[in-house]
Every structure is written in structure tokens, then in C-alpha cells.
Design a protein around this ligand. Structure first.
Ligand SMILES: [Zn+2]
Length: 86
């Protein structure tokens, strides 16, 4: 089974309800339901704000603790599509 990772927050996506939706109702293959709805991002923030927000949910991501989450996310997030520098 192909596994997807949200290209905005790094959250793994498996169930249909995990995926965001495009304007036409198709599921996004790139962004999760928290980050992306009806073809656009649900909130506008920069990468650091996103990391600080997501790190609060470190348990869901499977990190050891919040500090660990922040450290790992600082390495991972710049590789995600939403934050990648072109
Ligand atoms: Zn997301």
C-alpha cells in the first residue's frame, strides 16, 4: 500500500478522511484534511509557526517528546512541498 505524508505538516495519511479535498471534491494526494480544504490551505502560516503548532501533537507523530519533535521537524519540513524553497 502506498503511504502518503502531508506535504505541509508531515502527518501520515491513510484513511480517506485524513486527506484534504480539492475544489471539485477529489481527495488531495499531497495535503491532509487539517491543512487543506476545498483547494486551499486552511491557514496561512510560515514554516516555523507550523512546526510549533505540530510539535504540540508529537504523540500522534510518534516522537519521543515535544523537543524531539521540534528538532526532527526542523530537518523534515524544509523537504516538504509546501515549504521547499524553489
Ligand atoms: Zn497537513
Amino acid at each position: 500500500m502506498k503511504s502518503f505524508m502531508c506535504q505541509s505538516c508531515g502527518m501520515p495519511m491513510q484513511e480517506n478522511t485524513d486527506f484534504g479535498q480539492e475544489i471539485d471534491g477529489r481527495l488531495s494526494q499531497e495535503y491532509c484534511a487539517n491543512c487543506y480544504q476545498v483547494g486551499q490551505f486552511t491557514s496561512y502560516m510560515n514554516m516555523l509557526q507550523m512546526i510549533n503548532l505540530c510539535a504540540k501533537y508529537w504523540k500522534i507523530y510518534g516522537f519521543k517528546n515535544q523537543d524531539d519533535a521540534v528538532k526532527q521537524m526542523h530537518m523534515q519540513f524544509p523537504t516538504l512541498k509546501r515549504w521547499k524553497k524553489l
